[in-house]
Design a binder for this molecule. Sequence first.
Ligand SMILES: Nc1ncnc2c1ncn2[C@@H]1O[C@H](COP(=O)(O)OP(=O)(O)OP(=O)(O)O)[C@@H](O)[C@H]1O
Ligand SMILES: [Mg+2]
Length: 329
Amino acid sequence: MTSMPSGKPVLIRNLRKTYGRVEALADVSLDIAPGEFCTLLGASGSGKTTLLKTLAGFENYDAGSIMVGGRDIGPVPVSKRNIGMVFQNYALFPHMSVRKNIAFGLEMRRMSAADLDRRVKAALELVSLGDYAERLPRELSGGQQQRVALARALVIEPDILLMDEPLGALDKNLRKSIQLQLKDLHRSTGVTIIYVTHDQEEALFLSDKIALMDKGRIVQVGTPRDLYFRPNSRFVASFLGECNFLASGEAEIAIRPERMRVGEPARVSDRQVEAVVENIIFMGTGYRLVLRADGRELTVLTDADIPDMNRGDVITVGYDQAHAMRLAA
Ligand SMILES: Nc1ncnc2c1ncn2[C@@H]1O[C@H](COP(=O)(O)OP(=O)(O)OP(=O)(O)O)[C@@H](O)[C@H]1O
Ligand SMILES: [Mg+2]
């Protein structure tokens, strides 16, 4: 690529979209800074794909507005939006070489053969597939095919890049490796990315910003740390990571399982809870303890050194007040 794509800001305001009686998007507003990696996270049916489709122009919306780089893209047709897209099953053309697959997005544009060649080559280098240009998709691994799809989206030098569960079909190791490459690629191109995943770990790892969606609404938006350490509701606290909920006076507090302690550290903590041991599960790095206190289940994640205990024992678990997260009622 001659110049690397530089990200544009995206401002989504009061966006609504209904399908019949289903409110797929109910008043969605979201600001994405230039070059930001923003992830839409949420359960199945929460509206993630619908939001991407309205951005891409594949779906109309009923109300609201979308500004990209200060321009209202509502009236702009799909082909003029300059948005790159990668989807989970965005099939490559099977009879075309890798090079042809990538060049395809540029062939609609008036450009010299030399320019086209140069940009395809740069896109191939970007995803480390320089040596694979003449192969057919079936001669590539799943991860390599996904990188071709990525190169095809990037070659048009998009203002924003939309990705809908692009790694969903890959095994865990390949996912991890492509996540790393994606992070590098984001850094080196500076493109604004809006990414959809079900996988909370992936969201925490990749994102500058996460928007958590539920039933067509964004229920909280912030950095991964914001959402993890300052969830604004029980829903957010339990969607992102595991959480224990304890009554504390009139309010309810939430504590992450890794913040709870047993043994001597429990005794020197600010707060203690007596709990019955229901299950002790060895996880390699430590134990997962399933406990019961006041009729509620508590999960505690420990390291590998814990006092001897058996099912049915009553033990003391502790936590520090500083790690208790207050939730709105
Ligand atoms: N073309 C359509 N016609 C009717 N309803 C639709 C259509 N597309 C989506 N919906 C509905 O809109 C809601 C949001 O769907 P959407 O595909 O955006 O969810 P999602 O968050 O992407 O879910 P998933 O994680 O399963 O992909 C769902 O209730 C869905 O059934
Ligand atoms: Mg979807």
